[in-house]
Design a protein around this ligand. Structure first.
Ligand SMILES: [Zn+2]
Length: 251
């Protein structure tokens, strides 16, 4: 889409997580897409008008592109591009959304302010994570799920990273930081584990409906996958979300 002009927008279903903006089609048609970027869990499309389209895939959203029009069920918003591509936003559960931001709202929109560093960027390391966790009295699971601590880390990947790093989700976040505010050794392992689970997820391109590809997520009652560990995966609820962990090897 980047560099191409949007020649036509077809809205088949305006009710996504939020209803599409009243002038959604008008503000998109005839605009050139200057860039498409990702920040945390958001996709951002910069338009020649200065507007930005903020998008989120929700639980089941995805984009598909076609060279000719052959739309599928749950293709809710369709962008016809000047380069001949047809790009469709598909979302069976409709938890995804698209919001048009005027230039004045770019810097202040609540979705984009106070986001922590990108977990795969250079700015995310043990020292920066130690700074973010030092003040936290909450559990490690809750702290890592907070987008202000690290941007774009979802529930499943927090659970998977904690298992790899052998850290209990119940542990107080501040216990990974020394009194001087420097990272304890386990925090270096945690940073590596977070990077590893994300890189693997990107490589494998999980899709809704695949067999469970995770080591501990959604595996309550199963044997711990760590070699030699006699533990059984347990499920608890933290902040309304399911956590899966092995009480035997995660401390
Ligand atoms: Zn275990």
């Amino acid at each position: 889409m980047a560099g191409a002009r949007i020649t036509r927008v077809v809205v088949r279903q305006p009710k996504l997580r939020y209803r599409l903006h009243r002038d959604f089609v008008e503000r998109l048609e005839r605009q050139t897409v200057r860039a498409v970027e990702r920040r945390a869990k958001y996709l951002l499309m910069e338009l020649s008008s200065g507007d930005r389209l903020l998008m989120h895939l929700g639980m089941s959203g995805s984009f598909h592109y076609y060279k000719s029009s052959r739309l599928e069920a749950h293709d809710h918003v369709i962008f016809e591009m000047s380069n001949g591509f047809i790009v469709a936003f598909n979302d069976p559960r409709r938890f995804g959304f698209m919001l048009l931001l005027a230039p004045a709202d770019h810097a202040t929109h609540r979705s984009l302010t106070r986001l922590g560093p990108e977990p795969l960027s250079q700015t995310f390391d043990a020292a920066s994570l130690a700074k973010a966790l030092a003040r936290r009295k909450t559990s490690l699971k809750m702290a890592l799920s907070d987008q202000r601590v690290v941007g774009g880390l979802g529930n499943i990947y927090v659970v998977e990273a904690l298992h790899r790093a052998r850290l209990s989700p119940n542990r107080a976040a501040s216990t990974l930081v020394t009194a001087n505010g420097t990272p304890r050794p386990a925090l270096f392992d945690l940073v590596q584990a977070i990077r590893d689970v994300l890189r693997e997820a990107i490589r494998r391109q999980y899709r809704a409906g695949d067999d469970n590809p995770f080591r501990v997520y959604d595996r309550e009652g199963e044997r711990c996958p760590r070699r030699g560990c006699p533990g059984t995966i347990r499920r608890i609820v933290q902040g309304g979300r399911s956590t899966y962990y092995c009480p035997a090897c995660q401390r």
